[in-house]
Design a protein around this ligand. Structure first.
Ligand SMILES: [Zn+2]
Length: 108
């Protein structure tokens, strides 16, 4: 999993660290990690009412809807490892709940 994520970064693609639901129901990237010109950045939503991001009706004329912060390789790796851990936990919880429901149904 980590290897694929590092490969995505190297290819210039963002790795989405978290998502949120926009007002129109679309699930949009919240924070994402990017690797650009030998540096790591985390892009985060800067305007919680950004119309461009579907979060509200701000036109973001005096500010940017997103903001990028340069981060160290150590922090970038920590974010990726935390993402992998969250994904594994979600998968585990999902599988456990499906197994519980199967068992409950079989017991009725
Ligand atoms: Zn705005």
């Amino acid at each position: 999993m980590l290897k694929e994520m590092l490969g995505e970064l190297r290819a210039g693609n963002p790795v989405v660290l978290s998502k949120r639901q926009a007002q129109n129901g679309d699930v949009i990237p919240d924070d994402f990690l990017i690797f650009e010109d030998g540096r790591y950045y985390i892009s985060a939503i800067n305007c919680q009412s950004s119309g461009a991001l579907g979060l509200g009706n701000c036109h973001c004329q005096s500010h940017h809807p997103r903001m990028e912060t340069r981060v160290s390789r150590t922090l970038a790796l920590a974010e990726l490892r935390a993402l992998i851990a969250r994904n594994n936990q979600e998968r585990h919880d999902r599988d456990a709940e499906i197994a519980w429901l199967d068992q409950a149904i079989a017991g009725l």
